[in-house]
Design a protein around this ligand. Structure first.
Ligand code: FE
Length: 201
């Protein structure tokens, strides 16, 4: 398998996982294995989906399921960039493709939102999960590029069309603010255009 076939195979296989399981823990277990395979080889992400922005991290939509059951996003960090503390409200899987990132979980403690434990460093080929529903997983975190001098890229899968989900970023005192991430896509290659295999990569 090469290049964009990896991504197509991932998308169709992930849809099969969702046909097989309605149980979230099972979806995350089988989905993590698929995502780990996808990010094990860094030769398939079209360059247009890997472009950083000097101002802000970018989220490019790679695929939105027709039934909104899941979406796949290329998350591109410029050097030193970070997110605010934010939630997702749906399950999410994060697979590191290139570079590295740190994810710091947050939890509510005594009515305040506080960093919980130490930040997790994600290296290429590894997968992390977030969820508001499963014991042992957190839905709130802050993430940053582990590098101040290079681009990092992770591939995210979410249990909804994440760019349209109403969720929250949190101020330092824990006050939530409505957040709808949208997508950074302008005009980008169509990953399903089988006639332009080499042009799209
Ligand atoms: Fe996140």
């Amino acid at each position: 398998m090469s290049n964009l076939q990896r991504l197509r195979h991932f998308v169709t296989s992930f849809a099969e996982v969702l046909e097989r399981h309605t149980d979230e823990a099972a979806v995350l277990r089988d989905g993590s294995a698929l995502l780990q395979n996808l990010v094990a080889v860094d030769d398939w992400l079209p360059a247009a989906y890997a472009q950083p922005d000097p101002e802000r991290y970018r989220q490019y939509l790679l695929h939105a399921d027709s039934r909104q059951r899941f979406s796949v996003v290329s998350f591109v960090w410029g050097p030193g960039q970070q997110t605010p503390v934010h939630d997702h409200t749906v399950w999410g899987l994060i697979g590191m493709l290139r570079g590295a990132e740190y994810a710091q979980p947050y939890r509510w403690q005594d009515g305040a939102l506080q960093a919980h434990g130490t930040a997790i460093r994600l290296e290429p080929g590894t997968v992390e999960a977030v969820s508001p529903n499963l014991a042992g997983l957190d839905d709130i975190h802050r993430v940053h590029n582990a590098y101040d001098d290079q681009v990092s890229i992770s591939i995210h899968v979410y249990g909804a069309n994440i760019g349209a989900v109403k969720r929250s970023v949190y101020q330092s005192d824990g006050t939530p603010k409505l957040f709808i991430s949208g997508y950074s896509n302008q005009t980008l290659p169509n990953i399903w255009d089988l006639s332009s295999e080499s042009a799209a990569v």
